[in-house]
Design a protein around this ligand. Structure first.
Ligand SMILES: [Zn+2]
Length: 246
């Protein structure tokens, strides 16, 4: 017997199904990522259909049957539709990239409340019209990398344990992490990082880092680097499509 359950979540994808229904993918607080069918949602008069649109956050009621791939969603109450994000092309792009990360790299039903909260937080932040949205996105990416288990240790050299912030420059091995200038220099496939970029990454990792210290190009470079790092660890992930136009 399916059990009637309630959770809150964010709609990350929406597909039409048959004449009148839709299948949506939700990233939820209590059930992780799952798919659900919403009957009648395609009709323009359907209230639940308009609530369960991409990038909306809602309280949901659904019939949960564990061995079923698609759950039946019966009720929804809107919590936030992030209207400012949706009115701004650049913010839509970065917010969509957040949803794309969840869609492609988070496993179904995997629970991670920190990642869920961080994801809601970045969308709420985008909705407050920040000037530094690229910086915020880079910070979210680093957080996402840590929360999805591909942690990048930033304190010490993997080899000699020397503090990386004392090293003039550092090397990155996508497989293991960062090395100091001494330990990394003899490995041809390590990527030498410029000092500015590494300083930005260190700053992204702390709470009160001032985004004004860094220029846009450097921030974009860090986003590309984190993307390559995620691609290296997830061979099926071909990079963020939503950002490929930038
Ligand atoms: Zn070292």
């Amino acid at each position: 017997m399916p059990e009637i359950v309630k959770t809150e979540g964010i709609v990350i994808k929406r597909l039409d199904h048959g004449d009148s229904s839709r299948i949506i993918t939700v990233y939820s607080k209590d059930f992780g990522k799952f798919s659900g069918i919403v009957k009648g949602a395609k009709s323009s008069k359907s209230k639940i259909g308009s609530i369960l649109d991409v990038m909306n956050r809602a309280d949901l009621v659904f019939y949960n049957k564990e061995n079923r791939e698609i759950q039946l969603i019966t009720q929804a109450e809107l919590l936030n539709h992030f209207s400012y994000i949706k009115s701004n092309f650049e913010l839509v792009t970065y917010a969509s990239a957040v949803l794309e990360l969840i869609e492609k790299l988070v496993l179904d039903h995997e629970l991670n409340e920190r990642l869920y909260r961080g994801t809601i937080k970045i969308l709420e932040l985008f909705d407050k019209r920040p000037d530094d949205f690229e910086f915020r996105f880079a910070k979210y990416l680093l957080f996402f990398i840590e929360e999805s288990g591909y942690q990048l240790p930033l304190e010490q050299c993997i080899d000699c344990r020397k503090k990386l912030s004392d090293s003039k420059f550092v090397y990155l091995n996508y497989h293991t992490g960062f090395y100091c200038s001494e330990c990394g220099k003899d490995h041809s496939y390590f990527e030498k990082m410029d000092e500015e970029l590494f300083n930005l990454i260190l700053c992204l990792n702390i709470k009160n880092c001032d985004s004004n210290k860094f220029d846009q190009n450097l921030i974009k470079k860090s986003i590309k680097l984190f993307e390559r790092y995620l691609m290296f660890h997830n061979p099926d992930f071909k990079g963020l499509k939503t950002l490929s136009l930038f």
